[in-house]
Design a protein around this ligand. Structure first.
Ligand code: SF4
Length: 323
């Protein structure tokens, strides 16, 4: 089956930024190669569905749950790992109630992670945070967002509405892939979120033709630390169907990570992570978990199971999009 045709969605702010930055444009401009199906790709590359006891809730690890209240984002990233469902209908109020009851009944769950879609686009966010904050065994809450990059003015408004009184610590994982995304507007949104008492970390996806060299990533990670945002994860790109042209071979990703280790302050270094396809979880993409094999790699999941991972060839970089 061909990959899903993800509708184009680029808000005016991001369209203007795309005209100034090719690295930004490449992430949001639709590309004919998204229609290509390759044998190792998957609609659900990290196996959400295999660990989903309720609609919109993923329980992959014992001490934390993922809740996907909305599947809406302010823009559609062409490399999206949930591109099989982004833009579709999110959780109903009744489904959210069921998810919260599930978490309340499980004291072993210590962390609730809101993702999606982009939780900062959901008008129910404030109420949802208050309800999660009232569950005593949750030590902290985490939100994954890209709204400060997609639409920083909208993110500013959301920051102003975040609940001020909170028991549990609030962590925000900002998805940012290139220093060009850290405009004055995005920096203002980051500061506003910090001003509401949230601790910020970053997540970056390693993307062919966008940030797949150590110098570009160093510039990004240094800028983030200077903003008070700790680089947390550098994700090896997931094998979402329709995203092969963004893929960086694991060998090259590991070489880039080695260079970063040798040249960057520890504070500025994220963990380079492979999410093992099929829902086997995240592991460090280092020799401890990923080793060469005859036709590529073998990744060892944290439960000890072994999984093949393809070698991948370097895809051709996309031509520059017309501005
Ligand atoms: S913000 Fe995340 S979920 Fe939304 S389109 Fe981009 S990668 Fe996908």
């Amino acid at each position: 089956m061909p990959p899903r045709d993800l509708p184009e969605l680029i808000p005016p702010y991001l369209r203007a930024l795309s005209a100034r930055s090719e690295a930004v444009a490449r992430q949001f401009a639709p590309d004919a190669r998204e229609a290509l199906a390759t044998p190792d790709d998957r609609d659900d590359p990290i196996g959400d569905h295999a660990h989903s006891p309720l609609p919109g809730l993923v329980h992959r690890y014992p001490d934390r749950v993922l809740i996907l209240p909305t599947l809406a984002c302010a823009a559609h990233c062409r490399f999206c790992f949930r591109r099989d469902r982004v833009g579709a209908k999110g959780m109903s109020d009744a489904q959210l109630d069921a998810a919260l009851a599930y978490v309340s009944a499980r004291p072993a769950v210590r962390e609730a992670i809101l993702s999606g879609g982009d939780p900062l686009t959901d008008p129910r966010l404030g109420a949802l945070l208050r309800r999660l904050d009232a569950i005593p065994h949750l030590d902290w809450l985490r939100i994954h967002t890209r709204l400060p990059v997609h639409d920083p003015k909208r993110a500013l408004k959301v920051a102003a509405d975040l609940p001020e009184e909170r028991r549990a610590a609030l962590w925000i994982a900002l998805h940012v892939n290139h220093a060009d995304e850290l405009t004055p507007e995005t920096r203002a949104a980051i500061r506003a979120l910090q001003g509401r008492g949230a601790f910020l970390v970053s997540q970056t996806v390693l993307l062919k033709g966008v940030n797949d060299d150590a110098a570009t990533l160093s510039t990004l990670f240094r800028a983030l630390v200077a903003l008070g945002v700790k680089p947390y994860y550098l994700h090896h790109p997931d094998r979402a169907a329709g995203t092969e042209h963004f893929r960086v071979p694991l060998a090259r990703g590991r070489a880039i990570a080695e260079t970063l280790r040798a040249t960057l302050s520890g504070l500025a270094q994220p963990a380079y992570i492979l999410d093992i396809p099929g829902g086997h979880g995240k592991v460090w993409a280092t020799d401890a978990f990923v080793t060469p094999a005859a036709n590529g790699w073998v990744a060892r999941a944290t439960d000890g199971s072994l999984h093949p991972y393809p070698a991948d060839a370097d895809a051709e970089v996309a031509p520059a999009e017309p501005k």
